[in-house]
Design a protein around this ligand. Structure first.
Ligand SMILES: NC(=O)c1ccc[n+]([C@@H]2O[C@H](COP(=O)([O-])OP(=O)(O)OC[C@H]3O[C@@H](n4cnc5c(N)ncnc54)[C@H](O)[C@@H]3O)[C@@H](O)[C@H]2O)c1
Ligand SMILES: O=C/C=C/C=C(\O)C(=O)O
Length: 546
């Protein structure tokens, strides 16, 4: 697709009425100057030389707000995980500005809710096309901001494109149920957009996960205030420009930046917010449930943490299956530095093949997952220190490090350093892929979500023990089952306490399927019809024949 002015009537109105300000704003500067790794690096270097870090701006009512009124002076430092250097300052939006953004979403709601499905579908497809057009720009900034490799970032941008195109077509084909009761009354489901949403996302797959909420929100006729993680705000900042280019009416999507306690908490608690779609940690999920407990009608969709098991049965280690088994178990453990809620961080192998598995797995990981090439840096200094703490604990608990070790301590930059935007890899948050064996079953290393490039390998005796070890967790998000036995796939798979079970595969996604977790991994499901349940309210209509 070429970038051109839309001829869609709603688009024309919006674009014609709201020209983008001529003054060079931060978003214009990035948008026009920094579209590849080379230009982005030069851009950051210039900023560094002039000691002017990039300042992000909220996107409210269709405009990037030049200053954050009440939060002036309240900024959050954003660091490049690969170098540890400061590269941007993110506004910490204060409660009254949060409320102003919610008001903007509320004001936009009635008109947006009335748009036809065809119209909304066209907006979604246009947004999808625009992201695709700027695939590299999004990937470059996601990689700089989050620490992931550029290749991984590209995969996630492609998924963002798919999120919008999937829901663009879903709404064109959507059907609702109708039934006849004893021939007396015809009933049917009538659905309406649920209203204004808070869309809150984490730092591990920033664009992928935020667009997984934005797309259905728009598709089902809702408006929103979106708040990405304060650790990774860049791709959401870029998205504001896409929404402008797509001519999305003002206020339909507002993007605000800030931390959890100040900005996120004010957003979810606002009485004008009709629903919250949240992805993040379980503790934050609990805080959101508590904060909204009295607002009974508020829709809550909570996608939370995981500590997912990978079960390796000996038949999957037969020569004809072994390479696939190793590849899947390794990618489930180390993709995106293990910073995916679905990562299989606890591997359990049938005893007869345990030593064989450990040997092949370790060789494969050492060859395939190379720090700085196929493995990026972890997202933040705080997260680096958290993972390091668990590796220290593993050592204390007597675990064997087959790969990796306890990384060096990293200290926060001192105040003098904080304005430096230079590249210095030694301050980067690099943790090599780490495989642990001999971890005691009661160790917190096996219980807590570490969310980094760290995997444990333990053994099991039989199916029953495999299931019981897999289910021995407060979490229940995902599980991987590696076996060549067809009957076992269902026999074991259907006993696993996990919202998603992948057999001889991992993170294979079909966007219509319910996605979400059991136990402490979440409340509700998203995807296809499940997203419709999140973003719509249902009234059952009864039409009697008398
Ligand atoms: N189930 C899933 O689909 C899924 C996907 C990705 C990540 N996760 C989980 O996310 C976690 C890592 O992400 P994180 O550290 O950014 O999570 P987090 O819970 O700390 O933060 C997530 C988001 O919530 C905001 N937030 C924090 N406190 C808040 C509050 N009181 N009210 C409202 N918003 C608040 C943050 O600013 C951020 O935008 C891991 O536990 C991971 O498993 C789950
Ligand atoms: O890190 C969490 C990954 C979540 C993935 C999805 O929500 C998805 O694939 O739709």
């Amino acid at each position: 697709m070429e970038r051109e002015k839309s001829t869609h009537p709603a688009v024309m109105t919006s674009i014609e009425d709201s020209p983008v300000p001529r003054k060079i704003s931060p978003i214009d500067e990035i948008w026009t100057n920094a579209h590849s790794l080379k230009t982005a690096t030069t851009f950051l270097k210039d900023r560094s030389d002039s000691h002017t870090p990039l300042h992000l701006q909220n996107f409210v009512s269709g405009d990037f707000t030049p200053t954050v009124s009440s939060s002036a002076g309240s900024w959050i430092d954003s660091f490049n995980p690969k170098t540890g250097a400061l590269f941007a300052k993110v506004p910490c939006t204060q409660p009254d500005d949060v409320e102003a953004a919610v008001q903007a979403a509320k004001a936009a709601f009635p008109a947006w809710a009335k748009t036809s499905r065809v119209e909304r579908s066209q907006y979604l497809q246009r947004i999808s096309d625009l992201i695709k057009l700027d695939r590299e720009k999004f990937a470059v900034w996601e990689s700089i901001d989050q620490g992931k490799t550029l290749e991984r970032a590209r995969i996630e941008v492609d998924r963002a494109v798919a999120n919008f195109s999937y829901f663009a077509t879903y709404i064109l084909h959507e059907q609702t149920a109708a039934r006849m009761i004893d021939g007396v009354a015809l009933t049917y489901e009538h659905r309406s957009p649920a209203g204004v949403f808070a869309l809150i996302s984490p730092w591990n797959m920033p664009l992928y996960l935020l667009t997984w909420k934005l797309a259905p929100c728009l598709a089902f006729g809702c408006t929103a205030v979106a708040k990405p993680s304060e650790i990774t705000s860049m791709s959401a900042f870029l998205l504001g420009r896409v929404f402008q280019e797509a001519g999305l009416p003002r206020g339909v999507i507002n993007i605000i930046f800030g931390d959890g306690p100040t900005t996120g908490a004010a957003l979810v608690a606002s009485p004008l917010v009709n629903g919250v779609s949240f992805t993040g940690g379980t503790e934050t999920g609990i805080a959101i449930r508590q904060a909204t407990a009295a607002q009974i009608g508020k829709h809550l969709s909570l996608e939370l943490g995981g500590k997912n098991p990978t079960l390796v049965f000996s038949d999957s280690m037969l020569p004809e299956h072994r390479d696939r088994t190793i590849r899947i178990a390794a990618s489930a453990a180390f993709e995106n530095q293990g910073e995916i809620c679905l990562c299989g961080s606890r591997i359990y192998v049938e005893k007869t093949m345990y030593d064989d598995f450990v040997r092949h797995f370790t060789d494969y990981v050492a060859k395939t997952y190379v720090l700085g090439q196929t493995v990026g840096a972890v997202a933040s200094l705080q997260h680096y220190n958290k993972i390091r703490g668990y590796l220290q604990l593993a050592a204390k608990d007597g675990a064997t490090f087959n790969l990796g070790g306890v990384p060096a301590a990293l200290l926060p930059p001192d105040d003098d350093d904080i304005t430096v935007i230079s590249n210095s890899e030694e301050r980067g948050y690099w943790i090599p892929p780490t495989t642990l064996t001999n971890v005691p079953l009661d160790s917190l290393v096996l219980k807590d979500e570490i969310f980094g490039p760290v995997v444990t390998i333990s053994s099991f005796q039989d199916e029953q023990e495999a299931v019981s070890l897999a289910n021995d967790s407060e979490y229940g998000l995902a599980a991987v089952l590696l076996t060549a036995d067809g009957a076992r796939m269902r026999r074991v798979g259907e006993q696993l306490e996990a919202g998603m079970v992948w057999v001889n595969s991992w993170l294979v996604r079909e966007l219509g399927t319910p996605f979400g977790g059991m136990k402490n991994s979440g409340t509700g499901r998203e995807g296809g019809d499940s997203s419709r349940d999140v973003f719509t309210v249902v009234r059952t209509m009864h039409l009697p024949s008398f």
